[in-house]
Design a protein around this ligand. Structure first.
Ligand code: BG6
Length: 475
């Protein structure tokens, strides 16, 4: 089975997880640069309670400050991607490279030059860029001054940043993703929105208001972007994955429906231009009073997305009564363990058919072209001599690609492309460790950043190369 002609086969990375060189050429700190190498990274940051993040006495390692040095290795890395044969590449721009504090009037030219060079390399090899404007990062100054996306002022600052890069790179980038996984602001607020709390506040109030500000910024970016170049395409981006009911008890089914509605809330607004009806009651029950003006409503309605992109790592599962049920981690939160899924080769449960189900669910709901912009397996690899025989990764990718081909060919889902996540090993969001490896390209570094940094092709590189060459048939 194959994909249609012109299907985008690619790989994805983000700035904070790869570039390193966090203070180079005028860049300043971002929220991400404050995330140490430990297992507290996903926890909310309470400023009036003890926490490790933001502690100046903290002597820990901060993975994003060095990452995989993509700031210097991008030419060599993109060459490896071109040999792989992919026709597209998703990366993100680091806001604090362009506007170091977020509040400058004019951009940092050296920051623009860096992305200009990346685009130049991609053009050289005819690789289509897919660009995320904010992949979980914002200048740290905006965290300190405004508490990140809680403050409406950040909307204007973001739109100024977005307008600057869309103007500067006009005609060179067709696919823009204004925000990575917008729904993550509800699960990992410091990462997803640069938000900190004090324990007297209602966190949900702050998180949903921040989400509203991101929605507004997303809509205004589309407005400005279409004025700059009407041919550009803008995508919603959500952390997706069907939520199953633990049993067919209607109570469980209703619990799953509620959980999915919350997960899809932001993409609903991005596609339909308005908040779904259930939110009125949901906000009231949770003591959330959103500040949404009439003008905001108008902006949201007038500027909806062209496509819906998403990450898929696994499905989720829920029940009306979770007492006694085993929980496992999934991307960004805990979920009920699905007893029907086999033992996993990563820390998250693997569910390839869940991708086909998710594709159908999103297409039925949105009727917009879909775009898988993240999918992959994060696990430890063993270097044997100069080889990495990552059969488990091949098996994971194979299962997921087979299911996307079925969704395309048998279910009629409209799909733009498939970006394998972490195509080059990078530092993980949840753990900060590079040893949670995703790549088909190995990077010789350990969790503390020691090593040569050399790149090496894994067995999955050769396998994916064949898949791309045959437009999916080799999967
Ligand atoms: C997604 C993010 O949520 O999950 C990526 O967009 C992230 O940035 C990926 O790397 C995998 O999660 P983790 O925690 O294994 O890095």
């Amino acid at each position: 089975m194959q994909a249609q002609t012109g299907f985008l086969w690619g790989g994805a990375i983000s700035a904070a997880q790869t570039e390193g060189n966090y203070l180079a050429d005028g860049r300043k700190m971002s929220n991400f640069d404050y995330l140490p190498l430990n297992d507290q990274r996903l926890k909310p940051v309470y400023l009036d309670q003890q926490h490790t993040i933001l502690n100046p006495e903290n002597k820990e390692i901060y993975p994003s400050r060095t990452a995989i040095d993509f700031y210097h290795t991008f030419k060599e890395d993109i060459k490896l991607l071109s040999e792989l044969g992919i026709n597209s590449f998703r990366f993100s721009i680091s806001w604090s490279r362009i506007f170091p504090t977020g509040e400058e009037n004019g951009p940092n030219q050296k920051g623009l030059n860096f992305y200009d060079q990346i685009l130049g390399e991609l053009e050289k090899y005819q690789i289509e860029p897919i660009v995320t404007i904010s992949h979980f990062d914002l200048p740290f100054h905006l965290v300190e001054k405004y508490n990140g996306w809680q403050n409406r002022k950040v909307v204007d600052l973001y739109v100024h940043y977005a307008k600057t890069i869309m103007t500067y790179f006009k005609g060179r980038i067709k696919y823009w993703i204004p925000f990575n996984e917008m729904n993550m602001v509800l699960h990992i607020p410091f990462i997803g929105g640069g938000i900190t709390f004090n324990s007297k506040e209602n966190p949900l109030q702050i998180q949903y208001q921040a989400g509203h500000h991101q929605l507004l910024a997303n809509a205004l970016t589309i407005k400005v972007g279409k004025e700059i170049n009407p041919d550009t395409q803008f995508g919603a981006m959500l952390a997706a994955g069907k939520t199953y009911a633990y049993t067919c008890d209607p109570e469980d089914v209703f619990a799953a429906l509620k959980s999915e509605r919350e997960n899809l809330l932001f993409s609903d607004v991005q596609v339909f231009g308005e908040y779904p009806k259930f939110t009125a009651n949901f906000f009231e029950e949770n003591h959330i009073q959103l500040n949404v003006t009439e003008q905001d409503k108008h902006i949201l309605k007038e500027n909806t997305v062209d496509f819906v992109s998403f990450s898929y790592y696994s499905s989720a599962c829920t029940s009306a009564n979770q007492d006694g049920l085993e929980k496992v981690a999934t991307n960004g939160f805990m979920t009920v363990k699905n007893p029907y899924l086999p033992e996993s080769t990563s820390v998250w449960q693997n569910d390839p058919l869940g991708l086909r189900i998710t594709l159908n669910q999103l297409y039925d709901r949105y009727r917009k072209p879909l775009f898988i912009v993240e999918n992959g397996l994060g696990t430890q690899d063993v270097l044997q001599g100069q080889k990495i025989d990552d059969e488990y990764r091949i098996e994971y990718l194979k299962g997921h690609i087979q299911n996307l081909l079925l969704a395309l060919n048998e279910d009629g889902v409209d799909l733009i492309g498939y970006m394998m996540w972490g195509i080059i090993d990078l530092t993980s969001v949840s753990e900060g460790r590079i040893s949670k490896r995703y790549g088909v390209i190995y990077v010789d570094l350990d969790d503390e950043g020691n090593g040569t940094g050399n790149r090496l092709k894994k067995a999955s590189y050769d396998w994916y190369q064949e898949v791309v060459k045959t437009n999916g048939a080799a999967a």
